[in-house]
Design a protein around this ligand. Structure first.
Ligand SMILES: C[S@@+](CC[C@H](N)C(=O)[O-])C[C@H]1O[C@@H](n2cnc3c(N)ncnc32)[C@H](O)[C@@H]1O
Length: 261
């Protein structure tokens, strides 16, 4: 067994249906294979390109997300990462470690949030970044050194993990890309342990005005990008039994956190 494959043992233990011959040749566990195609929306296609992962973390994300969060008033990237660790009940770098946590970062892209979460999982903790894009994951593997980080190529809308596998699940900057976001939320709920925490950072419709509704419906039809209303995510979590639901609203984004009963 190669080094890369032996380091995947903990991931394989968490899978609902582990492959007989795991493909870890690219440095991540590939559960989709060469023929798998993501949904062909415009927004999804951009995520599969070779170019975007090269500029995503340093240029695309800070500019796009910070503006959407209301820069300079909204939280910058470091604050957003600290909020994620806090809302997920993880440790903060430099503070006394909490018990080791097993965390799933859904649609991890190039691993930017995965690495921030890894700072809070503690000794012997584990954070798994899952994404469908080979180019994003290649970048994630190249940029991540910590032994507490593993990457899986899989579908966020059909999570490959067993029920109640994770202490915490994070899904930042991706729910709006999924063809079926509510099935994805069902999956995130399923893989959380009772008492486990979920945090989602996603789009926000700027207001209830008909023009905003029309614009976001048009966006969804033309690009596959979904814009969520202020109460859509919180209500969806409440309907699934989540408690301690909290929300921060920014001009074009929202962060929602909750605890699974
Ligand atoms: C904008 S990036 C977000 C990266 C990171 N989470 C962040 O907050 O910056 C969105 C990612 O979602 C992934 N993605 C979209 N649909 C997916 C799906 N159905 N399954 C897995 N990954 C998906 C894309 O490949 C892309 O890497």
């Amino acid at each position: 067994m190669t080094d890369a494959s032996s380091r995947m043992d903990r991931v394989l233990d968490l899978l609902r249906d582990p492959p007989a011959e795991p493909d870890v040749s690219a440095g991540y566990l590939d559960l989709l294979g060469p023929s798998a195609k993501p949904s062909p929306s415009l927004a999804q296609s951009a995520m599969q390109s070779a170019f975007l992962p090269q500029i995503y973390e340093r240029v695309w994300r800070p500019i796009g997300f910070n503006l959407a969060k209301g820069w300079p008033i909204g939280p910058d990237t470091a604050t957003e990462h600290a909020m994620a660790r806090d809302w997920l009940g993880l440790s903060h770098p430099g503070y006394a470690a909490r018990p080791p946590a097993t965390v799933l970062d859904v649609a991890c892209g190039p691993g930017n949030v995965t690495r921030a979460l890894a700072q809070g999982v503690g000794r012997d903790g584990l954070v798994i970044g899952l994404d469908a894009s080979q180019t994003m994951l290649t970048r994630a593997v190249a940029d991540s050194t910590g032994d507490e980080i593993r990457y899986v190529r899989g579908d966020a809308v059909d999570l490959p993990f067993s029920d109640a596998s994770f202490d915490a699940v994070c899904c930042f900057g991706a729910l709006y890309l999924f063809d079926d976001p509510w099935t994805a939320v069902d999956g995130m709920t399923r893989v959380l342990k009772p008492g486990g925490r979920l945090v989602i950072l996603t789009s926000r419709r700027p207001g209830p005005l008909p023009a905003a509704r029309f614009g976001t419906a048009l966006l969804r039809r033309t690009t596959g990008f979904t814009v969520f209303g202020d109460r859509e995510i919180t209500s969806a979590l409440s309907a699934r039994g989540f408690t301690s639901i909290r929300q921060r609203r920014y001009p074009l984004m929202q962060m929602v956190g909750a605890r699974r009963p």
